[in-house]
Design a protein. Structure first.
Length: 80
């Protein structure tokens, strides 16, 4: 079984947390012996629920202001 996580946010290489997330998730999956896939889903891409339908879990990552607050809130509402 593969767990798919949507990282809701606007990836920015200059944000330490964003770089760390890309390293931490594979390390956590390895430690837990699970298969994990994750994608950064830009807030500007979330205009309806369709980009989120394929994911099992959601993480609204730090790094505001988001390019689209509406997209971030839509992702959070979908996850809830």
């Amino acid at each position: 079984m593969t767990i798919r996580i949507a990282l809701i946010g606007d990836f920015n290489e200059r944000i330490t947390a964003h770089r760390a997330i890309n390293l931490a998730l594979p390390a956590a999956a390895d430690a837990l012996h699970v298969t994990l896939e994750f994608d950064w889903v830009a807030t500007t891409e979330i205009t309806d629920e369709s980009p989120l339908a394929m994911y099992d879990a959601f993480w609204c990552v730090p790094g505001s202001p988001y390019r689209s607050a509406d997209g971030a809130f839509l992702g959070i509402r979908y996850a809830r």
